[in-house]
Design a protein around this ligand. Sequence first.
Ligand SMILES: [Zn+2]
Length: 422
Amino acid sequence: MQNFAEFKKDLAALISFNSVKGERESGAPFGKETAGALGAFIKIAEKMGFKTINYDGYAAEVSYGDGEEIGIIGHLDVVPAGGGWSVPPFSLTEKNETLYGRGVCDDKGPLLAALYALNELKNSGIKCNKKFRLFAGTNEETGWQDLEYLKTKTALPEYGFSPDGNFPVSYSEKGVYILTFPLPELKNFCALTGGTAINAVCAQASVRAKAGTDLKLLAEYGLKEKDGIIESAGKAAHGSAPQNGINAFKALFGYMSGCGEPLYPYYEYLFCDSLGIMKRENEQGNLTFSPDIIEEKDGRYFLSCDCRVPAPMDFVKDVKPLFDETGLEFTFTEKHPPFMVPKDSEIVKKLLGAYNKVTGENLSAVKMGGSTFARAFRQGCSFGFEFPYADNHIHEADERISVELLLKGYEIIKTALFDLAK
Ligand SMILES: [Zn+2]
């Protein structure tokens, strides 16, 4: 990067905003801090000489060139800092050739790198036969209302990418669904609780036994009891990869079923997968299912599950009937449908080519379990900044990226823009 010192100053300005979703204010639909980050981003782009549009505080657009449109989209909002940081989360810290701060990799750093790459294209004087439209959203982490709003204000490009996912390039994202199972009334247990988020494998669950405990059965399921509370400990993992975790509900449901509660079908079908639902797979990966959280409403327990569906499977046609077969009552909501760009399309080939050219590697396009803003474009790919061989600390304390990988990511995006411009 020609002007890395300047880049770090601009990144520090963006990181200084605690752009977690806040209270709506006039011109700031997701709060003051988020609007502040958006304003700072626009200022950086204008200083570079770009044309910009502020879509009423929801998103910004920076554009350059004339011709067929190519979209780039990232976001300036962040998840809460949480505890456990060794550096202040909302200032940019450089130590051991690594940049620290909330948003350095998700997604302020990559989005700014894309802007810098576009600026380098603009300043290079090469003839540009495309119109690049770079969008900065402000509500990616909590609901995508920015993208919904943007779509009502402008027609988005057909092709594009989002530097908010994986290198070398991802062409396929699973559909994300939430299935909620109301549980039958429990006779001998109460205060059933567990899980922290719908997209995280439940690591802690507990229930209170109203009438004694079966010590042999407790031991069989590896459970602990203290003062009538039965505790189950598992291991957290992302809801899209339940195989990496241990679901704490499983043992609890096994135990309660063993004590005569009518939970056996839930245990068998949802936790032991006795119908083989989770074995369904295709080229884009397997169907995943993770019962992640239990909530109580009006004295009734509801078990909510994260379900990910690989394209071109269709939830209603291909997946719902599998769960219908269990005979269990459930409702479902669609968060994102499955999404896929043809693997041999121009956009995938060009982005992958840029990655392999810069790194000297020879990787193939990948698929993701999560969903990204790449979906803003009918043929959209996620493209960086998570490298296949790097430790990633997205959404964690001490979010960080090494200067080396940041600069490599920048070179890849720049190479892609120069290739696409032709
Ligand atoms: Zn992100």
